[in-house]
Design a protein around this ligand. Structure first.
Ligand code: GTP
Ligand code: MG
Length: 170
């Protein structure tokens, strides 16, 4: 008996926050130092066995550039979950992440599970956003928070799988 569960999720966040790098790490186990900026959006899928179920993750990796902002609702409207990514070395990317949270709260599916990922956690010496500040913000807004590194792979699988546990049982 194999149960197939389809989880559609979307990655949102500022230019250069590391959305594509996180999904590349999760899907292919790779990291690219000079990852190109996403144009429009990119689609990925990954099938993972969890106990007696097969979970298929379908992931929309959106572009952070402002000129693609108007496309975002096409990707988040049908999503069961969203991962909002910022760069811990960039305060503006954290401010942008909060704007995405507001937009999803106002326009997204009300049952959407949201995670906040503070990426580039390997660049500790350049940190501008404290984990405490992000954790407090996440708690106040009902998000799940983790610091990640696409470069070292720290917490990458965790942020993708933790959401699954928070989704309503199918
Ligand atoms: P857009 O597609 O333009 O919205 O950007 P993005 O959010 O997809 O960022 P992307 O994954 O392209 O990463 C931007 C740059 O940051 C790339 O040069 C990556 O190599 C680098 N980067 C991404 N994640 C990490 C990380 O965890 N640590 C470090 N040190 N660099 C990272
Ligand atoms: Mg990208």
């Amino acid at each position: 008996f194999v149960m197939v569960v389809l989880l559609i999720r979307v990655l949102l966040g500022d230019v250069g926050a590391g959305k594509s790098s996180l999904v590349l790490r999760f899907v292919k186990g790779q990291f690219i130092e000079f990852q190109e900026s996403t144009i429009g959006a990119a689609f990925f899928s990954q099938t993972v066995a969890v106990n007696d179920a097969t979970v298929k993750f379908e992931i929309w990796d959106t572009a952070g550039q402002e000129r693609y902002h108007s496309l975002a609702p096409m990707y988040y409207r049908g999503a069961a979950a969203a991962i909002i990514v910022y760069d811990i070395t960039n305060q503006a990317s954290f401010d942008r992440a909060k704007k995405w949270v507001q937009e999803l709260q106002a326009q997204g599916n009300p049952n959407m599970v949201m995670a906040l990922a503070g990426n580039k956690a390997d660049l500790l010496e350049a940190r501008k956003v404290s984990a405490e500040e992000a954790e407090t913000y996440a708690q106040e807004n009902g998000l799940f928070f983790m610091e990640t590194s696409a470069k070292t792979a720290s917490n990458v699988n965790d942020v993708f799988s933790e959401i699954a546990k928070r989704l309503p049982r199918l």
